[in-house]
Design a protein around this ligand. Structure first.
Ligand SMILES: O=P(O)(O)OC[C@@]1(O)O[C@H](CO)[C@@H](O)[C@@H]1O
Length: 468
């Protein structure tokens, strides 16, 4: 995409795109002394254990060694570039606040590069206490550093720390520091939105058309602003068939059956929840999927779930969601404005709902902890016929970031998390997976040992909840 942050995962694993801080010539000795000092293991991540950057050949290691320092540098750079605009909007004092924020972000970057322990939060935001008890728990288990913690914990902590840097300011508390990237990515893809909207306009209630919509939403996850940079082609609808060869598990037809055969009869009216991932084209595709479900009466209500803070660079917040609705509504392109009016109608009549922002989605724990940590959210999801989880990060949280055996069935990896039937639409961008046919992973490895990190392969997996 427009992204100058992006390095592909495959690149970063191969060491071709190492970060700006050190020249290539100096990397090996730095890397090895760093690895030695921080007990980095050459061994593969053990099965059934959580992923962690302590395994040198993991994507988690590449994340903290290269991607995260680069994401932070790019964020600092983009704040510096936006300074005049920010001052214009928030007043001249914002200049000083911005300086302090940049200073905090530089400290954070050094903490990652030097594998420092996680710090407690002293801000007064409501979730600080929960975070602090979580960090204390990690500290007690000596899992409180970037390269010793569970990957998921450390990465979610990173985004909470970035947010904290802004919370300590008076004027820039609500400023979305990744906002400009998200908006640009949407604006740059207008040609794609238009082609896709035209292509789906005549779809009817049928198994074939449902599968098309589900796959559109799936493949729209290929690009996110923290990793991938290629934008999808405006021919995406015509190439869905060719993409099938990259679909390693495809339960789309079972998902259709679930919605059509009254299997969720105790859940009436049929409601579908979509746990969103990325803004931009992916959000657009997810809105189209929701509209298709309503238009075809496969669902009578669709609820969208967003993140409470700017997260993993391109994740959808409530602002991004509303921005997209307004962008469509106010567009000079008649088809967009028409769609915008339709979605506004859906929102007004509660056919579409933006679910109240829930902090659970940005917590570090996997979804198996939802029942305990966010019981109301769990109960609300159980009223739904189907919950669709978009993207790689949601998938990691479903699996609790555990390095499952590749053939362990998807429902067995959820740790009992099954408020309702769950469907994962995931382009594979990290080194964990499950529910694969026998030997498939071995074959993929022979072809390309980094296959799981390219975002090229994907799965549509379903965990079915039997209703009484
Ligand atoms: O959830 P998404 O947008 O599909 O992907 C998020 C992501 O880029 O971030 C994580 C690493 O930072 C990876 O698991 C994944 O590749």
């Amino acid at each position: 995409m427009l992204d100058d942050v992006s390095i592909t995962i495959a690149d970063s694993l191969s060491g071709e795109s190492l970060s700006t801080a050190h020249s290539k010539a100096t990397i090996p000795s730095y890397a090895s002394s760093f690895d030695e000092a921080n007990n980095i293991s050459e061994l593969p991540a053990p099965l059934r254990e959580p992923l962690s950057a302590k395994y040198k050949h993991s994507f988690a290691y590449a994340t903290f060694k290269e991607r995260v320092p680069k994401i932070l540098l790019d964020l600092i750079d983009s704040l510096q570039k936006q300074e005049d605009r920010i001052i214009e909007k928030y007043g001249s004092y914002a200049h000083f606040e911005l300086r302090r924020i940049i200073w905090s972000l530089n400290i954070l970057r050094n903490e990652v590069l030097e594998n420092k322990p996680f710090k407690y939060f002293y801000d007064k935001t409501p979730d600080s206490l929960e975070w602090n008890s979580f960090i204390k728990h990690l500290t007690n288990r000596e899992r409180n550093q970037w390269f010793s913690a569970q990957w998921l914990h450390a990465e979610c902590y990173l985004y909470r720390r970035i947010w904290r840097a802004f919370q300590r300011s008076e004027l820039l508390k609500d400023f979305d520091y990744f906002g400009q990237k998200k908006i640009c990515s949407a604006r740059n893809l207008v040609y794609l939105f238009r082609a896709v909207l035209k292509g789906v306009s005549k779809l009817k209630r049928s198994r074939k058309d449902f599968v098309t919509m589900l796959k559109l939403s799936l493949w729209a996850n290929r690009c996110d602003l923290s990793i991938t940079s290629d934008s999808p082609s405006d021919q995406i609808l015509h190439t869905l068939k060719q993409y099938n060869k990259h679909l390693l598990v495809d339960q789309s037809i079972e998902v259709y059956r679930l919605l059509t055969r009254d299997l969720h009869s105790s859940v009436t009216p049929a409601m579908v929840d979509i746990i969103l991932d990325n803004a931009g084209f992916e959000l657009f595709a997810d809105l189209l999927l929701g509209a298709y479900l309503i238009d075809t009466r496969l669902a009578v209500r669709v609820r969208y779930h967003v993140k409470a803070i700017p997260y993993y660079v391109s994740d959808v917040t409530a602002n991004d969601f509303n921005w997209m609705l307004n962008f469509l509504l106010n567009s000079e392109i008649p088809e967009f404005a028409h769609l915008g009016r339709k979605l506004r109608y859906f929102m007004k009549h509660d056919i579409f709902a933006l679910y109240e922002t829930c902090k659970f989605w940005t917590r570090p724990e996997g979804f198996r902890c939802m029942r305990q940590l966010a019981p109301c959210l769990y109960v609300q999801l159980s009223f739904s016929a189907l919950a669709i989880f978009k993207g790689d990060l949601n998938y990691r949280k479903l699996l609790d970031d555990i390095n499952w055996n590749s053939t362990t069935p998807f429902p067995d990896c959820l740790g009992g998390f099954l408020p309702t039937s769950l469907c994962a639409l995931r382009c594979i961008k990290s080194d964990l997976y499950c529910g694969m046919p026998n030997c498939l992973v071995d074959l993929l490895m022979l072809d390309n040992p980094k296959w799981m990190c390219t975002g090229e392969k994907a799965v549509i997996q379903l965990a079915f909840k039997k209703r009484p």
